[in-house]
Design a protein around this ligand. Structure first.
Ligand code: SAH
Length: 253
């Protein structure tokens, strides 16, 4: 297997709630022309559809192999790195990358045996906030500030092109400095749910917004990319904090 195909095997393009089947076909073609193959469709509004097949042209294999799932969590649960493509720049919540900048973290995750997803939103509404919240970073194509929204399949094309150039151009990217792969998105969500509960139990919030704190903490822990073992230690600390909080309340359960 070449270096490129090894990386490409780890990468999936995820289209969320696509409304135009033509865009699904054109995205399949964009993926195929750049040497990639894996397409995941989250709750497509019309699919399968002859228009998708027509727009895919010679990339019918990518469509035939496309996986259809009901929600974003099912599409990315097993991924170690998840990047959401957004037409708008949004400040606080996520670290933001250009397509060229995202190549390195994608490549690093894929090389350490991780699964990677690039996620694209619906044509009209883009990615919802709760969908973006499941992503570990945002990718923004720095388009014209007063009209930055590309056609969905063209956005897929730009990302696929940059990833292709990056993968082909850095055949000897440094091996990652870690032995264990980062935890999966599903494991991270389990940790965040536990953290959320523990912060309540120790009365951390005191009237401040738990949502804002959680967004900051998500950003911090997602940047750190803990592995499974590290998550177990963190969750052990949370469990002990919760136990001590129960004791402090005089609750002997
Ligand atoms: N009106 C929507 C745009 C949706 S375009 C909005 O403002 O969010 C459909 C999808 O194409 C987007 O969800 C995103 O995944 C991708 N896309 C379009 N333009 C992009 C850009 N400039 N950078 C990154 N992704 C973009």
């Amino acid at each position: 297997m070449t270096h490129f195909s090894a990386l490409s095997a780890r990468l999936r393009f995820v289209l969320v709630r696509t409304s135009q089947p033509g865009n699904i076909g054109a995205a399949a073609r964009a993926i195929r022309t750049m040497g990639f193959a894996r397409l995941v469709l989250v709750a497509p509004q019309r699919y399968p559809d002859p228009e998708a097949t027509a727009f895919a042209a010679g990339a019918s294999g990518v469509l035939a192999d496309a996986v259809v799932v009901p929600d974003l969590r099912s599409a990315i649960g097993d991924c170690q790195a998840v990047y959401g493509a957004t037409a708008r720049q949004r400040a606080v919540a996520l670290q933001e990358f250009t397509p060229r900048e995202v190549v390195m973290p994608v490549q690093t995750a894929a090389q350490s045996g991780g699964e990677v997803a690039i996620v694209f939103g619906n044509e009209r509404t883009g990615l919802e906030n709760d969908e973006l919240a499941l992503c570990h970073g945002a990718v923004h194509i720095p388009a014209a500030a007063d009209y930055s929204s590309l056609n969905l399949a063209q956005a897929v094309q730009v990302l696929a092109y940059e990833l292709r150039m990056g993968f082909l151009g850095n055949p000897t990217a440094p091996p990652p400095h870690r032995t264990d792969p980062p935890a999966s998105a599903e494991q991270m969500e389990g940790f965040f749910a536990h953290l959320y509960a523990a912060l309540y139990d120790i009365d951390f919030h005191k009237g401040r917004s738990p949502e804002t704190i959680m967004l900051r903490l998500r950003k911090l822990f997602l940047r750190a990319q803990p592995d499974e073992r590290e998550l177990r230690v963190l969750r052990g600390i949370l469990a002990d904090a919760q136990r001590m909080a129960r004791l402090a309340r005089g609750d002997r359960k």
